[in-house]
Design a protein around this ligand. Structure first.
Ligand code: PEP
Ligand code: MN
Length: 338
């Protein structure tokens, strides 16, 4: 349930409600201090008792049940959009944040070179996996901590934020030491121990939709992270598996406005994994911005033909720079910027 405080409610009245909910009704609270009013999301079993008891408390305007199965991630609890830092930029605001870089960190030179190129073209963050979730156990698995060091060096050099994947709850601290945003990959979207550990990461989490997950399941996965203590979650549409094999996945762009309607969390689109084809990345990136995405995740490599992973869906530096110019115009047309 949500306790909606009056715009005139004092801090003392808000604290009083929180204390009663926690002590009297043994529920967890999550206050959201908005610009005009505060709402207190309350999670727990005794909500029916608490509803009646709190309706008349000083400073309370109303007490309403939350209909969505996810609570803290929903627009019902927090109608205004969440904005939080993506390195030096902000995600969730007017500016569309472009996160670009190689599928995987291959070497120091490769990482620094690509970082310089994507920075020059206007990206705000560098992506690149140091821990890679590979379907085949004999495929390259990532440079691990060595790769994280190269990413951190690229941040020093360019000022780009670093977005990189964490695959295990045992690695959350390690990855968080180097990254600005921790990515939970599609294959781990319902790795609940990892999601809970991300609650204590102290950094935003980019949560990718699993290729067989519904949007409700994606939102519930986000709720795991928020309810574990981290409300800086970015949700990412990266394509789902359908009967269509013309593309690697089927990118569900309807997910963008659909998610924007139900959650205050920033929504990012990954047209690279969403299509698996470099020639389709640009059109889908433009469409994603037009559909209301807050950010894009795009694979870029200075030599896609020789990329160790996902070369066929990677843009080269020149293609990426040209695309960024086009994206700027699309963003402007829909009242955004890049
Ligand atoms: C990635 O972004 O590098 C990746 C592995 O993507 P996904 O988890 O969406 O397959
Ligand atoms: Mn990839």
């Amino acid at each position: 349930m949500i306790v909606v405080m009056k715009p005139s409610a004092t801090r003392q009245q808000i604290d009083h409600v929180i204390e009663r909910v926690e002590k009297e009704f043994e529920m967890r609270t999550h206050p959201i201090y908005g610009t005009t009013r505060t709402v207190v999301a309350c999670i727990g079993e005794k909500r029916d008792m608490a509803r009646e008891a709190l309706a008349g408390a000083p400073g309370v305007e109303s007490v309403v049940p939350i209909l969505a199965p996810y609570k803290m991630a929903s627009r019902e609890v927090k109608p205004e959009k969440s904005q939080f830092p993506l390195g030096q930029a902000t995600l969730g605001g007017k500016r569309v944040g472009v996160i670009a870089g190689p599928c995987t960190v291959e070497s120091r030179e490769q990482t620094l070179e690509i970082a310089a190129e994507v920075k020059k073209a206007g990206a705000v963050a560098l992506r690149g996996g140091a821990f890679k979730p590979r379907t085949n156990p004999y495929s390259f698995q990532g440079l691990e901590e060595e790769g994280l060091k190269y990413l951190a060096e690229a941040r020093e050099m360019t000022g780009l934020a670093v977005v990189t994947e964490v695959m295990s709850e045992n690695h959350v601290d390690l990855v968080a030491r180097y990254a600005d945003v921790l990515q939970v990959g599609a294959r781990n979207m319902q790795n609940f121990l990892l999601l809970k550990a991300c609650g204590a990461a102290g950094k935003p989490i980019l949560l990718k939709r699993n290729f067989a997950a519904s949007l409700d399941e994606l939102m519930l996965a986000a709720e795991y992270i928020i309810s574990s203590g981290n409300d800086h979650v970015i949700v990412c549409e990266r394509g789902i598996r359908t009967f269509e094999d013309f593309t690697r996945n089927t990118l569900s762009l309807a997910a963008v406005p659909a998610l924007q309607g139900v959650t205050h969390l920033p929504v990012v689109v990954d047209p690279s994994h969403g299509t698996g084809r470099a020639d389709l990345v640009g059109p889908m990136a433009k469409a994603a911005i037009a559909a209301g995405a807050d950010g894009l995740l795009i694979e870029v490599h200075t030599d896609p033909e020789r990329a160790w992973v996902d070369g066929s869906q990677s843009l080269d530096a020149k293609q990426f720079a040209m695309l960024m110019d086009e994206l700027r115009r699309v963003a402007e047309a829909v009242g955004r910027s890049i």
